[in-house]
Design a protein around this ligand. Sequence first.
Ligand SMILES: C[S@@+](CC[C@H](N)C(=O)[O-])C[C@H]1O[C@@H](n2cnc3c(N)ncnc32)[C@H](O)[C@@H]1O
Ligand SMILES: [Zn+2]
Length: 298
Amino acid sequence: MSQLDAAVVFVRVAPEIPYCITRPGEEPAVTFPVELLECPRCAGAIGPATEAGELACVDCGRRSRTQPAGYLDMLGEPGRPDPAPPTPAQRLMESMQFVRVYETAMRPFFGRVFAGPGARIPTPEDEFGIYREWLGLAGSAGTWLDLSCGAGFFTRRMAEAAPRATVVGVDISTAMLERAAASYRTRPGVHFVRGDVRRLPFRDGSFDGVSNAGSLHLYADPDSAYRAVFRLLKPGGTYTASTFAESDRPIGRYAARLFGVRRTDLPGLPEALGKAGFVDYRQRTFGDAFVAGARRPE
Ligand SMILES: C[S@@+](CC[C@H](N)C(=O)[O-])C[C@H]1O[C@@H](n2cnc3c(N)ncnc32)[C@H](O)[C@@H]1O
Ligand SMILES: [Zn+2]
């Protein structure tokens, strides 16, 4: 039996602590910041449900369940099947075999393939260094979102860069979230939530900054993701993302088609982000890979 199989999550409801989730091995219980959440169906507020381990929308009653692996599932509905992953790339993100070696082998491998031959892509640590600076993370006590957190590499680094902050990792993949949550037994300020970028279950203006590493190429509609991030940011909040630009290189185009990956029109990105409301665009390129940043105006 694996550690995860043996894990138990306790949820309790008390007047002074609206909602607690205890991840495996954690004591005392971690208070989940429910005030950040909203119902993905009707945008209503979220409160405790009668069933232990569940939250419910106070308006439409939609229920959400905490998972034994240590994340809150705001996407799957108890008793309803999940839709199938839409692309080969996303099927990989749902596979535990892939996820186990994602950070050590797959992320660097796909980074090199999609950045193009000879591109000097940054190490994950150096890539995070750009995020830390552009997001304005260091020493912050604010509230930060790691959008499409995957196995949690950036979430972990964000929590280390800002130990007094609240950091929420959100992803659609249960396998990625299991892996991410398993690395957080003793970090009370870090939370994992299952959600879809097409309807993120958070209230408007909740976050000081949003990181979005290595994920835009998996979204069906990146423009709607920019609008979603803008909605979630506080005025003055920062957004940093990394992905791959459109490329004429046959290998890059072939790999993108094979995996169902969408590359970004990089020259058009400042305008696309501007349309969503962002200002102060900045970018760094590494072959066809790039990091871009922008800010919600005050
Ligand atoms: C290549 S991984 C990047 C993970 C991590 N941010 C990193 O840089 O290592 C892309 C992530 O995007 C997530 N993703 C894909 N479609 C999504 C969606 N519709 N909503 C939320 N996350 C999504 C995948 O599940 C996957 O974990
Ligand atoms: Zn609702």
